[in-house]
Design a protein. Structure first.
Length: 305
């Protein structure tokens, strides 16, 4: 799409995941938690989805820890940008491939369900990706996703910005930008999904110190991959100041620090004639004024005139 902004270095995202794949099992708590919450949402839907796609599968948390045969899934295809992650996920026996979310290799109407767990926040062309997802869904197929939202790592963002401003007089993008709930839900509608719904929740994790958080993000494959990022903190003092600010502002009574992850959940359907549709303007069978027991007046007319 012509208006796409290349915010993320996708090759670097892939390298980060490749590097993290071997040791992911010790650091995949967030992926497992949101996978379970996605699967719980699927339990609330009475439909069956025989053929499903796990888009951005990481280590296979959707298949292994959460989904199983829930949702009537008979075949689950897994794909990830990282070949190393895809290789790790393949151990659960599901068909798996390495593929880019921005260039999906699937034929139209291939799947009854596309589910994506904490991967789409690294996509540059999110509108284009969602359009491709809709196209590879069968009519009345379901898209269900979790992605990180704008308040994610707010504590870390604040500390790094304050430290860089104090030490260097300027601040670079140290933490990736994330979409907010309203924008993400609007993109579903823009991509042609019917009945789009979005909601958000916060998951708070505590660490013994801020440095432990930075190590965990690296081990998860979630290190900064923003284009134009500074190659390294300008001085060692900048990092030390950021860690000190974080700890001073946010430590609790147990001398631990929190890290907030905002998770946005998206839910939309590929269009189908059987789906509910909004009534056409002027087609209501009853007047709202009658239901409320009030007098209807033309716009601009004051009561009592």
């Amino acid at each position: 799409m012509s208006d796409t902004m290349n915010i993320f270095d996708r090759r670097l995202v892939r390298r980060h995941r490749d590097r993290a794949a071997a040791g992911l099992a010790a650091h995949d708590f967030l992926f497992r938690e949101t996978a379970e919450r996605l699967a719980d949402r699927l339990d609330d839907i009475t439909r069956k989805f025989p053929r499903a796609l796990d888009l951005g599968c990481h280590g296979g948390e959707i298949a292994g820890a959460a989904l199983g045969r829930r949702g009537g899934i008979e075949t689950l295809v897994q794909c990830d940008l990282s070949p190393a992650m895809a290789g790790r996920a393949a151990a659960n026996g599901s068909p798996t491939l390495a593929a880019d979310e921005e260039r999906l290799p699937f034929a139209p109407q291939s799947f009854d369900l596309v589910i994506s767990n904490l991967s789409l926040h690294w996509v540059n062309d999110l509108p284009g990706c969602l359009l491709q997802v809709r196209q590879c869904l069968k009519p009345d197929g379901l898209f269900l996703a979790a992605m990180l939202g704008g308040d994610t790592l707010a504590e870390l963002r604040q500390a790094l910005t304050e430290a860089e401003l104090a030490e260097t007089g300027g601040a670079g993008p140290r933490v990736s930008p994330f979409a907010d709930l309203r924008d993400a839900t609007g993109l579903l509608q823009r991509a042609g999904f019917a009945l789009p719904v979005g909601d958000a929740e916060r998951i708070e994790v505590s660490y013994p110190d801020p440095l432990a958080l930075l190590r965990e993000l690296r081990a998860m494959g979630e290190s900064n991959a923003v284009r134009g990022r500074r190659g390294g903190l300008a001085r060692r003092e900048t990092l030390l100041r950021a860690l000190a600010v974080y700890e001073e502002r946010h430590h609790d009574a147990a001398e631990r620090v929190p890290a907030t992850f905002e998770v946005i959940y998206l839910h939309g359907w590929a269009p189908h004639d059987s789906q509910q549709k909004p009534l056409a303007p002027g087609s209501a069978a009853a007047r709202l004024a009658d239901a409320l027991g009030t007098i209807e007046r033309p716009a601009g007319e004051k009561a009592g005139s």
